[in-house]
Design a protein around this ligand. Structure first.
Ligand code: 5GP
Ligand code: ZN
Length: 115
């Protein structure tokens, strides 16, 4: 998929699309359009990286910022102490739908066991 067809690139670049609830020079955050939990956010790099398959040492700052911002957003949403899950889908078997790297933040209810 080219970046011109990528919905997350469109949100990152074009204010006519939905407004992120957070953005900085490396990542932005939106509420998932089809939430699977009371809190379901997506932490997304501004740069188009299709998936974890495309990261390397050059992406260490972005990957670090994704975790830092995830915890900041969890605190804002009031789920740091109750708990939350961070998840990244990679490829077909994970069910990855959007080929622009993103981290799910899920919380606000018991999430059950992984699997
Ligand atoms: P994936 O399965 O690729 O890890 O997750 C993609 C997520 O993006 C899904 O949970 C889906 O509901 C969400 N999503 C798809 N399109 C949009 C959109 O246009 N805006 C927002 N905020 N979320 C979206
Ligand atoms: Zn993209």
């Amino acid at each position: 998929m080219s970046t011109s067809q990528c919905i997350f690139c469109a949100i990152a670049r074009d204010s006519a699309h939905e407004s992120p609830i957070y953005r900085d020079d490396q990542v932005f955050v939106v509420k998932d359009i089809n939430p699977k939990a009371p809190v379901h956010l997506l932490i997304i790099p501004n740069m188009h990286l299709a998936s974890l398959a495309y990261i390397g040492p050059g992406q260490v700052p972005i990957m670090g910022q994704m975790f830092i911002v995830a915890e900041e957003m969890a605190r804002r949403e009031g789920v740091t102490l109750s708990g939350y899950r961070l998840a990244v889908n990679q490829g077909k078997d994970s069910g990855q739908e959007i080929e622009h790297l993103h981290m799910h933040l899920l919380g606000g209810q018991g999430l059950g066991a992984m699997g």
